[in-house]
Design a protein around this ligand. Structure first.
Ligand code: FES
Length: 177
């Protein structure tokens, strides 16, 4: 009997990872390995190139983003090396919802939020925080570490979605008055 297929509108049907489509599962596994995703130990989000620039100008955000990318690459922090089995991932966020005193930058899982993350401040974050393990206090405005644990599994890659029960929400019956 064929397993019912769960449609996810976010994934084109011809790319969906299903038991009938092992090539795409393999491509996803290769992508995960090429990006070193299982070896990320920190993830940096930076508000840049916003649809509505509020915390800083588009130019300032992009300058900060280019600087962050370049420094992580130059210092080989964006990939694993023979000496270091972990790496740092970076993501350009459209808006981190703080919307003032930007560029706003957050380092996870440390949960340290920085304001005014211009290139000189990013240089300090890289050297003092990422490499030295010391928060750059002058620019940190919040510490909220993420400490949640998830169950270990045999693989770091999620399996294709099993048949999942989706609860049906009953619409309210209009009151008879
Ligand atoms: S526009 Fe940068 S945090 Fe909202």
């Amino acid at each position: 009997m064929t397993e019912p297929r769960i449609e996810n509108p976010a994934i084109p049907s011809d790319l969906a990872a299903t038991p009938e489509n092992p090539t795409e599962v393999s491509a996803l596994t290769t992508c995960v390995e090429n990006l070193d995703l299982p070896r990320i130990d920190r993830h940096i989000f930076l508000c840049a190139d916003q649809t509505k620039p509020k915390c800083c100008s588009t130019e300032a955000g992009l300058e900060a983003w280019d600087y962050l990318k370049r420094r992580l690459k130059e210092l080989q922090l964006d990939r694993t090396t023979e000496d270091r089995p972990t790496c740092i991932f970076r993501t350009k966020a459209n808006c981190l919802r703080v919307c003032m005193q930007g560029p706003i930058l957050v380092v996870y899982p440390d949960g340290v939020w920085y304001r005014a993350a211009t290139p000189p401040v990013i240089e300090r974050i890289v050297r003092e925080h990422l490499l030295g393990g010391r928060v750059v206090e002058e620019y940190a405005f919040l510490r909220h570490p993420l400490t949640g644990e998830i169950e270990p599994s045999e693989s770091n890659i999620a399996s294709p979605v099993e048949n999942t029960e989706i609860p049906i929400v009953q619409s309210a019956t209009p009151s008879q008055s």
